[in-house]
Every structure is written in C-alpha cells, then in structure tokens.
Design a binder for this molecule. Structure first.
Ligand SMILES: Cc1cc2nc3c(=O)[nH]c(=O)nc-3n(C[C@H](O)[C@H](O)[C@H](O)COP(=O)(O)OP(=O)(O)OC[C@H]3O[C@@H](n4cnc5c(N)ncnc54)[C@H](O)[C@@H]3O)c2cc1C
Length: 410
C-alpha cells in the first residue's frame, strides 16, 4: 500500500513522496531500491530512473542531512588528479551534469569561481595534473610566484613556488545540490522515502530489505550508497576496509566591507605544502571564508561522534590563516562544522557488485574527494546493473580495497 503526502526537501519545493507504511507487512515493490540519499545514492537513483526503471530511493535521515558526508555547505570541483586520467575525465564529465542540474534553479548549485592549487615545489602530482588536463582539452593555467603575487595580493605567497588555476571549475553547493537532485528525481517519477534499512540478509541473491519499522522492501536490484555507514550494513564485506575520519571545517568572517576574500576576487584554493594540504573557498554566498585541513583526523563513528571542533585544530587553523591570508588575521569565527570522510585504503572510490549478490551494487568511499564525481559514480553504478556481464573497473573494485591505510589519491 502506497500513501502519498506533501513534504519539503531542504526547504525547497513540495513534492509527493511515499509515506511510511509501518503498520502494514505488505512487501513494497520497485525495480531497484537505492539505500542512501547522499550524493552517490541520489545520482545513482537518477541515472537508473533514466533507464526506465521504477526506482525507490530511501534514507534513514533524509537527502544530504546534517551528519551525512554530503551534508556540508560547499565542495570543490576540480579535474587536476595527478596522472589519473580517469578521475580527470570523470570530474569534467560530471561537471556538465552538475551544470545541467543547476540550470533553471532559483539558487545556483555551481559557482564558477575557479580552483587554484599551489605548491611549495615541483612535483609529479602537479605536473601530472597540468599535463593530463591539457591533454583532455581542459584549461589549466600555470602561475609563477611573481604572477600569483600580482593577481592575488591578498594572499601571502611565502614558501610557494607556483600555482595551477582551473578556471572552469569551482564550488558545488553540496547540500542544496543533493536536495535539488532528489526533488527532480521525484518530479520525474522516482520515489523517495525516509526509512532505516537493517543490515541485509540473502542467499544466492538479495530478494528484499527490512526496515527498522518492520516493513519489507522487495526489488529486483539493490544499490547501497550508505557513505560512512556502509561498514555497519556490511560488516563482513566492507568492515575494516572503510576508514571513517573526523574532519573539521572553519568559516571566518572577513573584515566589514572587504571584498578581497569573496567572489570573484578569490578562487577556491588548495595549498600543498610538504605532506600537508589545506584548502578552502572564498566567502561563498556571504557564509564566511572557509578553511579546512585535508589531512585525516581521528577515526570516528558517524552515529555517536559529537560535532565539536577540537580547540587545538582551531588554534592550528587560525595560525595558518593569519600567515597565508594576513587580512584575516584575528578574524572571528562565523561557524564551524564537523563532518567525516569515508576513506578507502588509498582514496579510490568503490563502485562494485556485492561479492555474493550479483543484483546488488555497493557504492561509496568518497575519501574526501568524491562529491564532484557524483554523476559519474551514478553512471558507473547503473552500468553494473544494466550490463550484468560487465566487469567493474579495477580502480573502483572491492578487490583493490585493503585494510591498511596508505592514501595516494587526493
Ligand atoms: C568535510 C568534507 C569535505 C569534503 N570536500 C570535498 C570536496 O571539496 N570535493 C569533493 O569532491 N568531495 C569532498 N568531500 C567528499 C564527499 O563530500 C563525500 O565523499 C560524499 O559526499 C559521500 O557521499 P555518499 O553519498 O557516499 O555518503 P553520504 O552523503 O554520507 O550519504 C549516505 C547516506 O546513506 C544513508 N544511510 C546510511 N545508512 C542507512 C540505512 N541503514 N538506511 C537508510 N539510509 C542509510 C545516510 O543517512 C546518508 O544520507 C568532502 C567530504 C567532507 C566530509
């Protein structure tokens, strides 16, 4: 029995969705059930819907909710990935899908502010990023330090050798993008509902899911895109191959009337120095100047960790901001956020079939860089279900994910 009601996703348009049916034991039916309405699940559901399937998307808390990895304000999109042509292509292809989704929206999903990566020394990653982008006809502009000083005088370039600007990329408004996508998915015939799915059980194939409310969801195919919760649903298959780390985000208030730290004066930026990486955004939509440390924090449980930043992290970030952005020295905090990366051992994404159930696909391990690839991930996951004989790409396969952390993808 399917009941519809009006609801509001992220404060936007009201759309009909399936309501909870906790009182009935009647199995629900769909061609495909996608569990998890973060960026990966939402795009996978949408790509499967476009194949003509009847798709039901479910989430325990809602699309890009506050504790989901997709629930932040903004995410960088860039195509520089060292020599990894696959990630560069996937980022560029995905950007076109993001722009199509952003078109005709009242509020932008993508801000084309550009992304500037800067380096303290020549290295293979930077050279590979630049060459791969040029080979793919993507714009990548090299700036020597004197040119950086001239173009962005609000940054202190001490210790920096050169920068690479990707002028066609920038910032995705993360939470807004996912909730807009789910709204569009529902408007075009997909079904979304709130439900918590229990760890699945099956024999040779998966036939149905159980919700915490005691309901059964039957389908021919299943996708699990449960972000940092993936190992809780699949303790044996995923288990220790997923590393969930605490990541802290800081927003600083620029001086009153000072446009130097907003759009379009500043691009999104990534500061590579030694083994450390800091990154951030200009003052997008007047929310504050965002700064974050990309190094992995402590291992956390996404269900129980309090979303409080550590005083030591704040002190470190303040010190960094004061040095690199002198105009923001002593700037007060506007806001902090705590989220989590869902890392694979080396940073490669997971898009593969469940080892026992050919009708079930597992998607995740965004590893701090996955958001931008949402549309590409959705396409690759849909392909595994569309073409049962297609092998998973080695880069994204479960077999290449180990239980020892050795990050190599940024
Ligand atoms: C601080 C931070 C900064 C980042 N910066 C960037 C960046 O600049 N650029 C970039 O490209 N990427 C970035 N990333 C990475 C990217 O945001 C994540 O990899 C991506 O959002 C993960 O999406 P997901 O759909 O896999 O997971 P999530 O967004 O966590 O979605 C998983 C969903 O599954 C649901 N779920 C879980 N268990 C169940 C269950 N049992 N039943 C029903 N539903 C369930 C959850 O409620 C959740 O909504 C960043 C990540 C963080 C945390």
């Amino acid at each position: 029995m399917k009941v519809t009601k009006r609801f509001v996703l992220g404060g936007m348009a009201a759309l009909p969705v399936a309501a909870s049916c906790a009182t009935t034991a009647t199995p629900r039916t769909a061609d495909t059930v996608v569990v998890g309405a973060g960026v990966f699940g939402a795009w996978t559901a949408e790509m499967l819907r476009r194949t003509g399937r009847k798709v039901e998307l479910v989430d325990a808390w809602g699309p890009a909710h506050a504790r989901a990895s997709s629930g932040g304000e903004s995410r960088l999109t860039r195509a520089g990935y060292g020599t990894s042509r696959r990630y560069s292509e996937m980022a560029a292809g995905s950007l076109e899908d993001w722009k199509r989704l952003s078109r005709d929206q009242d509020l932008p999903l993508f801000h084309n502010v550009g992304v500037l990566a800067f380096y303290d020394q020549e290295n293979e990653y930077a050279a590979g990023s630049h060459e791969t982008m040029l080979a793919l006809n993507l714009r990548s502009e090299r700036y020597e330090v004197e040119q950086l000083r001239t173009r962005w005088p609000q940054i202190d370039w001490t210790g920096v050798k050169f920068g690479l600007l990707e002028p066609d990329f920038g910032a995705l408004m993360a939470r807004r993008s996912v909730s807009t996508l789910v709204e569009q998915f529902v408007r075009n015939g997909g079904t979304y509902r709130k439900a918590a799915i229990l760890p699945p059980k099956g024999g040779d194939r998966l036939e149905a899911l159980q919700t915490e409310d005691g309901e059964t969801l039957q389908a021919g195919e299943f996708v699990f895109a449960c972000g940092p919760w993936l190992s809780k649903l699949f303790p044996e298959v995923i288990g220790a191959r997923l590393f969930v780390t605490k990541q802290e985000i800081f927003f600083f208030r620029p001086p009153a009337g000072d446009a130097r730290f907003g759009m379009p004066a500043m691009p999104g930026w990534i500061d590579f120095f030694g083994d450390n990486v800091m990154y951030g955004f200009p003052d997008l939509e007047n929310r504050g100047f965002k700064v974050a440390n990309d190094n992995h924090g402590d291992i956390v449980d996404p269900d129980t960790n309090d979303r409080l930043v550590e005083p030591a992290s704040l002190a470190q970030v303040r010190n960094y901001v004061g040095r690199r952005f002198p105009g923001l020295k002593d700037a007060p905090l506007s806001e902090t956020r705590v989220c989590q990366y869902e890392n694979s051992s080396n940073g490669d994404l997971l898009i593969d079939r469940h080892p026992q159930w050919a009708n079930t696909v597992l998607v995740g391990m965004g590893s701090g860089h996955g958001f931008k690839h949402g549309p590409g991930v959705g396409k690759a996951a849909a392909r595994l279900l569309e073409s049962p004989s297609a092998a998973p790409e080695a880069l994204f396969s479960l077999a290449t994910k180990s239980e020892t952390q050795a990050r190599s993808v940024h």
